[in-house]
Design a protein around this ligand. Structure first.
Ligand SMILES: Cc1cc2nc3c(=O)[nH]c(=O)nc-3n(C[C@H](O)[C@H](O)[C@H](O)COP(=O)(O)OP(=O)(O)OC[C@H]3O[C@@H](n4cnc5c(N)ncnc54)[C@H](O)[C@@H]3O)c2cc1C
Length: 407
């Protein structure tokens, strides 16, 4: 049970210990010029958080969008440096395969950007693909595959826990609490409060509350972030069969077919995620059972791409949520009315890998510096305010526009 705490004061208070909040707090604490407190309602990487799944893909290909390509590489350097410094394993260098159905596709547009940024990649025709990974089916009109050998998989839940632990070891304070903005003076937030009346005050506040952000700031974010239920299934390969395990099989994405997946890691199953938007979801109380239709659709996709797993048993399921903006760009912005409050979120199904870079960028903004216009103005991209439906980062955006019409 929570005991009453009052008047706790820090220079920076970060609310939310998902990937965005933990990395913001960690970078800020390590910079050494601020006292930092991190709060979370249920703890870092808990199962209701969007960062709370076992695994997340990290890849550099983003079509023609060079900013996310550059950011993913900067972020991966942080993840790997963190592993070395703290003696933990968070990145599994499994590689990532993209299945392309057209010559002028997201994958084709990615190739020149990857090459310009010095990211290794290979374009494989269906024969070469089958030769390297015989378990992959290519009879559905697949044109080519794009392979990123230096991409792979991040251990998502574990990452949040390890970064929080390192933040504490560096002198940061972590408290378990669910808070809301409380005292405001003029254009400044003075404190936040939990339901027991405990309060935390700070010079600056970062709300990194993932799918809960629109509930905390309904006026500012209620129409900006949509939270949808996403059903994941994990298939169990036959006993003694290692063809679907990291090392033998890369992580993969098939945007046109709206599926992506992760090979077996830590002896878990072969993970399959639909990249289309599910129904609107309540991240606190929503039922985390998967719809049988999600399993049927996953099997239909397996028949095409990984036929040996079509009849495999489902060994685990998980319900996650996307918290999407209409153009799939993140929100990293000052609150429109509170000058010492920063809002960070709108991960839109692709932010986990970028966590370290998002934290670093946000801290630079807090310190008054901007990224400039390299690869387009980042400040503009991450702003609050009107946005156009589009597929800046993911091809599900058309689908998103349809989902938005429902509101
Ligand atoms: C199915 C699925 C697959 C995905 N695949 C990928 C992928 O392959 N690669 C990739 O890069 N990204 C992927 N993503 C996206 C990625 O997981 C998210 O963008 C990212 O994890 C979001 O992190 P976050 O820190 O914004 O939110 P969260 O992880 O949800 O963290 C928010 C935290 O805030 C806390 N909080 C909320 N309200 C309060 C409050 N009032 N007081 C205190 N604490 C509070 C919550 O408890 C939570 O811990 C995927 C997402 C899903 C759903």
């Amino acid at each position: 049970m929570t005991h009453h705490r009052t008047g706790q004061q820090s220079d920076l208070l970060v609310i939310g210990a998902g990937v965005m909040g933990t990395w913001t707090a960690y970078h800020a604490q390590r910079a050494g010029d601020r006292s930092v407190t991190l709060l979370d309602a249920w703890g870092p990487g808990h199962p209701r958080s969007t960062s709370g799944d076992e695994t997340r893909i990290t890849r550099a290909a983003h079509g023609a969008d060079a900013l996310y390509t550059r950011w993913s590489r900067l972020a991966l350097e942080h993840w790997q440096r963190f592993e070395q410094e703290h003696g933990v394993e968070l990145f599994v260098p499994a590689g990532v395969l993209w299945f392309a159905h057209h010559e002028s596709s997201f994958e084709s547009a990615s190739v020149p950007v990857l090459r310009a940024k010095g990211v290794p990649c290979e374009v494989l025709d269906p024969d070469e693909l089958r030769h390297r990974w015989p378990a992959i089916g290519t009879d559905d009109g697949l044109r080519f595959a794009l392979y990123e050998p230096e991409a792979g998989v991040l251990m998502a839940r574990r990452g949040c826990q390890e970064v929080t632990q390192a933040f504490r070891e560096a002198g940061g304070t972590f408290d378990l609490a669910a808070v809301r903005p409380a005292r405001v003076e003029g254009a400044r937030l003075i404190s936040v409060e939990d339901p027991s009346g405990s309060s935390w005050s700070a010079e600056s506040f970062v709300f990194a509350c993932g799918p809960w952000l629109p509930r905390i700031f309904p006026k500012v974010l209620g129409d900006v972030i949509r939270v949808t239920k996403q059903d994941l299934v994990f298939m169990g390969p036959p006993a003694g069969d290692d063809r679907f395990t990291a090392g033998a099989m890369p992580a993969w994405a098939d945007y046109d077919a709206a599926y992506y997946g992760v090979p077996g890691i830590d002896d878990r199953g072969f993970k399959l995620a639909p990249d289309r938007y599910g129904p609107v979801f309540d991240p606190t109380n929503g039922d985390r059972g998967v719809d049988p239709e999600s399993v049927r659709l996953a099997r239909a996709y397996l028949r095409r791409r990984f036929p040996a797993l079509e009849q495999a048993p489902v060994v685990e399921t998980r319900v996650c949520q996307y918290e999407s903006t209409i153009d799939a760009n993140f929100i990293i912005s000052r609150h429109p009315e509170l000058e010492n409050v920063w809002l960070v979120g709108g991960g839109s199904g692709h932010a986990y890998k970028h966590g370290p870079r998002i934290g670093e960028y946000l801290l630079a903004r807090l310190n008054g510096t901007t990224e400039g216009a390299q690869d387009g103005p980042a400040e503009e991209r991450f702003r609050l305010g009107t946005r156009e439906a589009g597929s800046a980062a993911r091809t599900g955006a058309d689908d998103m526009a349809r989902t938005w019409d429902l509101f």
